[in-house]
Design a protein around this ligand. Structure first.
Ligand SMILES: C[S@@+](CC[C@H](N)C(=O)[O-])C[C@H]1O[C@@H](n2cnc3c(N)ncnc32)[C@H](O)[C@@H]1O
Length: 485
């Protein structure tokens, strides 16, 4: 009798602990799991709950230990295999994740989650066709699981089939009309493909069904602003802000909308807010996105005649120096001292900590150029002019401050045509996603020539990765040719 009573309690404790883990209530789950473990011998089910609990608390190593011993005792346990596949994937062990997921698929070929895990591992291993096949089966097995659809959509997009990628999501809307995530995933995909008309259509469809979500409105505003429909965008942004006043994504979009529609530059307050909030993780984030401009500037400078001749270029003015990544990339070349200018005090604090600048000035680059009395042999501006639409004033200011023959090296983001081939903005520049401007190559060419520069070199680098795609840019080295004082 006693034994039956204990067994029943153990099952109840275990089930409740598993339920709490599902709900993300790890603190509440832990004592129940401990009690269940005290009452019953080790089992694959208890190991699985323990591993999921540890993973939920961020202790991935501990979760792996529990899974390793659980799988050693029960190698064909599908739950343990799936859990280890997931954690191995999160820890970057893609081959291991694929092995575990494949084992789970072999043991239970009807398990859609196992196929989804295998598909996700294949996708990150670059085995896109296999990923698509696995994820298609996962979606067929559980058509209402939106996560599988999002993964399949990503795989199809990577396979070069964006239409099918969108169809998987719009089918998901038909199957789960109340799911906000699938609607937002579809809208985001349209925005990424620069199909802003379809993005607006999907957002309006959600609205007409009574779905009111900050993110949906934020993306609608974004799509509308990209279509030049700035008044409507402002309304969408206001709705977004009402629904998600604390949502950082929404705030970012709304604040950036302050730079619209005809503003020729991003407002100073916006720049300060964004970069002050970003400064602590800026370097790590940009490195993870493959930010290429500091390295590209270094390559350009290695061909500078003075450097080739073993001479020093002299003082360098770094406009929008941020945390000092450019000084870090070129600081060992024969040039300097460095002076940095930036609007964001916190970015400047990070730059100061690198100890590479002789002087750091807080302020707007146009104002700084106007006040500066010095003539520079080299001015750089990496990933900064994207906060300005019209560039004439900056080019004029730089022309003033360069020595004759002095070099200005800068990057801009390149305008991309929309989905339907239309060039956004005014043809010269356009306000893009995230409040940055992109520029047309012909405009840059004409503006620098009109300001009295000669183009020495024009490269077309990928600036960094964003939302899974490279951001195309222009990197120019130009020389001051006028000798007019
Ligand atoms: C994307 S970060 C690039 C930082 C750095 N040049 C680099 O390549 O790592 C842009 C920087 O430009 C600064 N910035 C943007 N607009 C500015 C302006 N009008 N005046 C001064 N700094 C500005 C921002 O505060 C930020 O630190």
């Amino acid at each position: 009798m006693d034994t039956i009573h204990v067994t029943a309690d153990t099952a109840a404790l275990r089930n409740r602990a598993a339920q709490l883990v599902d709900e993300g209530r790890m603190d509440a789950a832990r004592p129940l799991l401990a009690a269940a473990q005290a009452l019953a011998p080790p089992s694959p089910d208890l190991a699985l709950i323990g591993a999921r609990l540890a993973a939920g608390e961020g202790a991935l190593d501990q979760a792996m230990q529990t899974l390793d011993s659980g799988i050693a005792a029960a190698p064909s346990h599908v739950g343990l295999r799936k859990c280890r596949a997931d954690i191995r994937h999160r820890m970057g062990d893609l081959e291991g994740a694929a092995r575990d997921a494949a084992e789970a698929v072999i043991v239970d070929p009807a398990d859609p989650q196992a196929k989804a895990l295998l598909g996700a591992a294949m996708l990150d291993l670059g085995r896109t066709a296999e990923a698509v096949a696995c994820l298609e089966e996962a979606v067929a097995g559980t058509p209402t699981e939106i996560g599988y659809r999002e993964a399949l959509s990503a795989a199809l997009e990577k396979a070069g089939d964006p239409s099918s990628a969108l169809r998987v999501l719009t089918d998901g809307i038909a199957v789960c009309p109340a799911s906000v995530p699938v609607r937002n995933a579809a809208i985001l995909l349209c925005v990424r493909r620069r199909d802003f008309i379809q993005a607006v259509r999907l957002a309006e469809q959600a609205r007409s069904l009574g779905i009111a979500d900050a993110c949906t409105f934020g993306m609608k505003g974004h799509a509308l602003s990209s279509l030049g429909r700035h008044d409507e965008a402002a309304i969408a942004y206001r709705e977004a802000l009402k629904l998600g006043p604390e949502d950082p994504y929404v705030r970012h979009l709304v604040v950036s909308s302050g730079a619209m529609p005809d503003s020729k530059r991003a407002p100073e307050g916006y720049i300060r807010t964004v970069f002050d909030g970003y400064a602590d993780r800026f370097d790590a984030h940009l490195i993870s996105l493959g930010y290429s401009i500091p390295g590209a500037i270094r390559s350009v400078l290695q061909a500078h005649p003075k450097i080739v001749a073993g001479l020093s270029i002299g003082p360098v003015l770094d406009l929008g120096c941020g945390t000092g990544m450019v000084a870090l990339a070129i600081g060992d070349l024969p040039l300097g001292p460095f002076t940095g200018v930036d609007l964001s005090p916190r970015m400047l604090t990070q730059a100061r900590a690198k100890g590479l600048y002789a002087e750091l000035r807080e302020g707007d680059i146009i104002a700084d150029l106007a006040m500066d009395q010095q003539r520079w042999p080299l001015i750089v501006a990496a990933d900064v002019l994207c906060y300005f639409g019209a560039l004439e004033e900056i080019f004029a200011g730089i022309h003033q401050r360069l020595e004759p023959g002095g070099w200005f090296i800068f990057s801009v983001e390149k305008i991309l045509p929309d989905h339907d081939g239309v060039i956004p903005g005014n043809g010269n520049w356009a306000l893009q996603r995230q409040g940055r401007y992109a520029h047309a190559e012909h405009y840059i060419y004409e503006a620098v020539c009109a300001a009295g520069f000669r183009i020495l070199r024009l490269d077309r680098p990928v600036i960094r990765q964003e939302a899974g795609a490279g951001v195309p840019g222009l990197l120019l080295a130009i020389e001051r040719i006028h000798h007019d004082g």
